[in-house]
Design a protein around this ligand. Structure first.
Ligand code: AZC
Length: 828
């Protein structure tokens, strides 16, 4: 707290002014000052990247203004706050979004034009922070955007990975990974806060002693300690508050090991420092699959420990008692990645602040809430007791204590032995391990899934026993997306049309899009709508040609499948469909096919054999089709490398058809599905995740449905599934499957795609063959509908105007009401 009266007086009397709606002259002046005196550049040597950095620094000042104003307001209101704990964030480029939220995009463009600079070229310079894998990380960033916009007193905590998600390139059609050096040219958005730094312990052992009051004291004597330093990035809401994304970076406590140094061993002296800094070096590139690696657990504990120490510091700074901690703070666990926080908060309260166990447990359970993002068994985190005990010996004891008390409760309530062993935090079958989802569930007051279907399945499958024990604990919050970034910013043509017709209300209330309903049948409106889509497709066509050399025709149907590559997401089902069209054309039976460009994008986990082979399959099919003059007037296939938020912003606005074809019961929600619809794509999809709710909102007629339901999937598997029989019975499918191993896709190599072929014929765990026919028929319906362009435009309009539910503003309001019980405080 500052004790400096002069500074306080200055602050109070000059009250930070708004950062919004700046004038052209103000923008120009700040930009040039940052360029000259912030970066020390003279005009003759300034590069595009310097222009970008100068503008970013100027904008950051205005964003910080809004942040400071928000903090003042929160302090005055004594608000209850939210800490969002997430191991991943995918913010996307900041500059354009901040300009939008400050409402100065147009003025900035003019200011720069006066200086003969082009805003678009400058925006292009930004390297996005790839601090996440996919949906989960992007969701966290959408939520920060909405928390800022709605005025939720909040802070997002995470890890400042030095290397984010790898950059994907293609080599001979295979994915190749290249290190992501996002910090190479510096990062103008962050501010390092060396004074906000905490020490984090690892390893060693514990000592148990009774003090003079006969109270047990546990002392953890670690064998190493490292420091986490805060790096703050301000996140601005739309004409509203600013909040902070606080990312922790690891460093050695002593830069040098002086003992070694004095003995002349300089290298060994530096080695320890390097080893400590490894913790935040690199993001694990697995989505939906745990790595079980020690370094990963270290990353999790490291950021959790720093964050909790920071939250407690903030709480105590305000002169509060820890007994009321839960009344002032909600901590949201974004999946189980930060779930060690349950044990860590107990340790801090009991060991450090001497709170009684029962009271500490009360505080802990009322502080945390847990969001589950997956039902995939291979993605449910477990840590071996051995590893956890070695790295965090005190936490293991605490987890055992939580577990023993919990199991005793169950015994008192006459739960069966079987149920008790299912619910235990420790899995004793095989190598003993900790079930992190159970720890998170037991340690939280609310548990939510991310779509209606997923939340239901969570209760009936993965956490069934817990849902029976504590039905009131379980709830649903359907995911949402930051519609300002994914519509206003990335589809300016459409945004402009919408605003011209119904005003700007939709920017802060997406359900206002319903006011467009009266235009759905209006032919001239439909035509404008189509022209905008066409222009977006032209832009994407140019980008794809530049990146891949493949030239698409923007008048074709753009059929797009972008997301992480995973068998459950069934990119290979899309490939089977493409091959079926290819064979139809080759057999002279393709007259009903509407000319289509198939666009794929997404990264595969570097160690995921099948996913990588699926990428190779896509590129092989692309080579075959694009180079065959007999078919390439009607079909084009392209794999667009290195899918990212930046690319996504150009892809969604150009889509006609959105592929959401996971096997029912596997995709927890999906958020790409929402972004596509929001930009006027129609969806072909299964009844999985949020598809179910999207279909409800946009109307059955405006959604191409196919495939088994979750229940049918379960029945099919229970009855014993034999994919080979389907292959035998369906001639078209057989022809497509056999084509995979014909060598025609692989210069005669019949073995290249055999692993995919064998997997589908022998196991087919995601039921591609079972859903194949239904998918083909739905796709035929798509091609038929496309021929009526007015009808297509109408359905596209109906998709967009019914997207109100899927704004992340709505999701965050749900969290506020149902889980966090916080009041929002807006500064504008
Ligand atoms: C994803 C789910 O697969 C996706 O369905 C959901 O929309 C998204 O979370 C947000 O809730 N899960 C992940 O991305 N998981 C990891 C570990 O990356």
């Amino acid at each position: 707290k500052t004790q400096n009266k002069n500074i306080e007086d200055y602050f109070t009397s000059s009250k930070p002014g708004s950062g919004l709606d700046l004038s052209k002259e103000e923008i120009k002046k700040s930009f040039l000052e940052k360029l000259f005196y912030g970066l020390g550049r003279i005009p003759t040597v300034a590069t595009d990247n310097d222009y970008y950095s100068a503008l970013a620094l100027a904008v950051r000042d205005w964003v910080f203004r809004q942040y400071v104003r928000s903090l003042e307001e929160y302090a005055e209101q004594d608000s209850r706050g939210v800490a969002y704990l997430s191991a991943e964030y995918l913010p996307g480029p900041h500059l354009g979004n901040n300009l939008l939220n400050l409402s100065i995009t147009k003025t900035t463009r003019e200011a720069l034009a006066d200086l003969d600079l082009d805003l678009d070229k400058i925006l292009e310079q930004e390297v996005e922070p790839g601090l996440g894998n996919g949906g989960l990380g992007r969701l966290a960033s959408c939520y920060l955007d909405s928390m800022a916009t709605l005025g939720v007193p909040s802070i997002g905590y995470g890890i400042r990975y030095e290397f984010g998600i790898f950059n994907q390139t293609l080599k001979d059609g295979w994915q190749a990974e290249v290190t992501d050096k996002w910090l190479h040219y510096g990062n103008p958005w962050e501010v390092v806060r060396p004074e906000i730094a905490f020490e984090v312990k690892f390893g060693g052992y514990t000592e148990h002693k009774y003090d003079s009051n006969n109270k047990l004291q546990v002392n953890w004597i670690p064998d190493s300690e490292i420091r986490g330093t805060a790096y703050d990035t301000p996140i601005l809401g739309y004409r509203s508050n600013g909040i902070i994304m606080r990312l922790w970076s690891a460093e050695a406590i002593e830069s040098f090991d002086f003992a070694a140094y004095n003995m002349g061993d300089y290298y060994r002296a530096v080695e320890k420092k390097m080893r400590s800094e490894n913790i935040t070096k690199v993001l694990y590139p697995n989505d939906e699959n745990l790595s079980g690696k020690e370094l990963r657990l270290k990353q999790q504990y490291f950021f959790v420990s720093c964050s909790l120490q920071d939250i407690i510091r903030l709480h105590l700074l305000q002169g509060r008692e820890l007994e009321n901690f839960h009344e002032k703070f909600n901590i949201q666990l974004n999946d189980t990645h930060p779930s060690i926080a349950v044990a860590e908060l107990m340790r801090i309260l009991v060991d450090i602040h001497q709170m009684e166990w029962d009271e500490a447990w009360h505080v802990t359970r009322h502080t945390f809430a847990y969001t589950n993002h997956t039902l995939l068994p291979e993605a449910l985190e477990k840590w071996s007791v051995n590893l956890l005990g070695r790295l965090l010996p005190r936490h293991l004891e605490i987890i055992y204590e939580i577990n023993s008390r919990f199991l005793n409760e169950l015994r008192k309530q006459n739960f069966s032995t079987e149920q008790i062993s299912r619910m235990s935090l420790i899995d004793d079958r095989g190598e003993p391990s900790i079930r992190m989802a159970h720890l998170a569930t037991v340690g939280s007051h609310k548990v939510n899934g991310v779509s209606a279907l997923h939340s239901r399945l969570l209760k009936s499958m993965v956490l069934q026993d817990f849902a029976e024990l504590w039905p009131e604990k379980f709830t649903n919050v359907t995911n949402g997306v930051a519609h300002r970034r994914f519509l206003a910013l990335s589809n300016p043509g459409l945004a402009d049309l919408i605003t011209r017709k119904i005003g700007k209300e939709w920017l802060t209330d997406l359900s206002a899009l319903r006011n467009l309903e009266k235009f759905a049948d209006d032919k001239s409106f439909q035509e404008e709508w189509r022209n905008i889509k066409f222009k977006n497709k032209e832009r994407l066509t140019a980008l794809i040609e530049e990146r891949t050399g493949v030239k698409l025709d923007p008048s074709m149907l753009f059929d797009i499948h972008v997301k992480r590559i995973h068998e459950y997401k069934r990119q290979h089902l899309k490939v089977l469909h493409i091959l079926s069209l290819y064979l139809r054309l080759k057999n002279g039976k393709g007259k009903d096919i509407s000319p289509t460009s198939f666009i794929f994008g997404g990264k595969a986990a570097p160690g995921y054999f099948m996913a990588k082979r699926i990428i190779k399959l896509i590129t092989a099919v692309a080579d075959l089709i694009n180079n065959d003059p007999e078919v390439n007037k009607k079909l084009k296939v392209v794999f667009l490398p290195n899918f990212s938020v930046k690319l996504a912003q150009q892809v969604y606005p150009a889509a006609d058809l959105s592929e959401q074809i996971s096997m029912a019961g596997k995709e927890a929600s999906g958020t790409g599905n929402m972004k596509f619809s929001l930009n006027g794509a129609l969806t072909i999809g299964t009844l999985d995740g949020a598809n179910v709710e999207i279909r409800e909102e946009v109307g059955e007629k405006n959604f191409f449905l196919f495939g088994l339901t979750t229940e049918e999937v379960q029945e099919t598997k229970k009855a014993g599934y034999h994919p080979y029989r389907i292959y035998e019975q369906n001639n078209d499918l057989r022809e497509v499957m056999d084509f995979l191993i014909s060598g025609k896709l692989s210069k005669g190599d019949k073995e290249l795609f055999r692993p995919i072929y064998d997997n589908l014929l022998q196991q087919d765990p995601y039921l591609l063959l079972k859903d194949y026919q239904s998918y083909i028929e739905a796709m035929d319906e798509v091609h038929k509908t496309w021929k009526d362009q007015n009808e297509w435009a109408k359905r596209s309009i109906l998709n967009v105007i019914n997207m109100g539910k899927f704004s992340s503003d709505r999701s965050i309001s749900d969290y506020c009401e149902d889980i966090w019980k916080v009041e929002t405080v807006k500064v504008v």
